[in-house]
Design a protein around this ligand. Sequence first.
Ligand SMILES: NC(=O)c1ccc[n+]([C@@H]2O[C@H](COP(=O)([O-])OP(=O)(O)OC[C@H]3O[C@@H](n4cnc5c(N)ncnc54)[C@H](OP(=O)(O)O)[C@@H]3O)[C@@H](O)[C@H]2O)c1
Length: 333
Amino acid sequence: MSDMKAVRFDHYGDVDVLEVRRVPRPSPGTGEVLVAVKAAGINPGETVIRRGAMSGPLPTGQGADLAVVSSSSNVVSVLPHTLPSGQGADLAGVVVEVGPGVETLTVGEEVLGFCPRNKRVSQAEFVVVPASNLTLKPSAVSWEVAGALFTAGTAAYAAVRAVELAVGDTVAVSAAAGGVGTIAVQLAKRAGATVLGIAGPSNDDWLSAHGVIPVNYGDNLPDRLKAAAPQGRVDAFLDFFGGGYVKLAVTDLGVPPLRVNTLIDFAAVATFGVKAVGHIDAANVGVLAELAKLIADGDLEIPIAAVYSLDEVREAFRALEQRHTRGKIVLLP
Ligand SMILES: NC(=O)c1ccc[n+]([C@@H]2O[C@H](COP(=O)([O-])OP(=O)(O)OC[C@H]3O[C@@H](n4cnc5c(N)ncnc54)[C@H](OP(=O)(O)O)[C@@H]3O)[C@@H](O)[C@H]2O)c1
């Protein structure tokens, strides 16, 4: 049987638990295809999982990336994670084998997509995925961008949709230049909103070039946000950083709770009654194809901060965990 390289971990902990091993190459079952992975994005939620925060029944408020939040009830449920584990949901690559019953894809087609939530193994040379989790990659979209799109793109899409932006609204976005933020600020602009992007000074130029008003994090942030807003008023808030931004939005800026969406601060969801709509709410190939078309048409940019080989997975996560990435970090198997 042929084998392949893949990221694995047997214990919860720091980046050092991550290993790149030779493992058997999987075969596609009914409705599945085998993809030779060209690029696989990495995400902060994978750090949450690797540290063990999703390893058992969890109270509301813990574990970011796998938390499923009903947008109507704000009820959080979680998927327990088990060991040993692979890693990664995002992927782009070439179909190399098609399982029984697959009629939508053929060998040789270039695709992007995602692993099922209970089988996250895209950080590998090959991955088996349900055909229904894949869409064709437009040729104008690079491998790096296609492989980085799923988690951040669908999270940004769902979060922007959740706060129901209209022309004339002003929305503030924390972590505006990160993996999710760079996409969300552009989608919010497309919805007709004025966008205030909260990040450090090194991102001022990128945000301005994308029509976003940069506002640096730091002292007196609520006053500086209000001063930067055209009508002195912030109508909606997208929190991609945590650490008090929900409280700032509701109590300091007076944003109505149902126009605040956080991807990370689940404790604040219970306290302030804000939304926590995440990527699960837009995790489908229709949304992926829509985002890929925007990119192919030149209407959406996904900045790639750095690429690493699969063997450099620990270095890639050390960089991501600094929380100062502009756009996405991608592994190229
Ligand atoms: N629930 C879901 O569906 C879901 C999906 C995806 C992600 N997430 C979560 O969403 C969050 C964002 O993910 P990501 O991939 O976008 O993260 P990321 O790329 O690591 O975010 C980096 C960004 O954070 C900014 N930043 C650093 N310190 C900040 C501060 N004090 N205030 C405001 N911004 C600050 C950085 O700006 P500077 O470089 O200028 O400092 C940079 O723009 C993570 O917590 C992740 O777990 C959740």
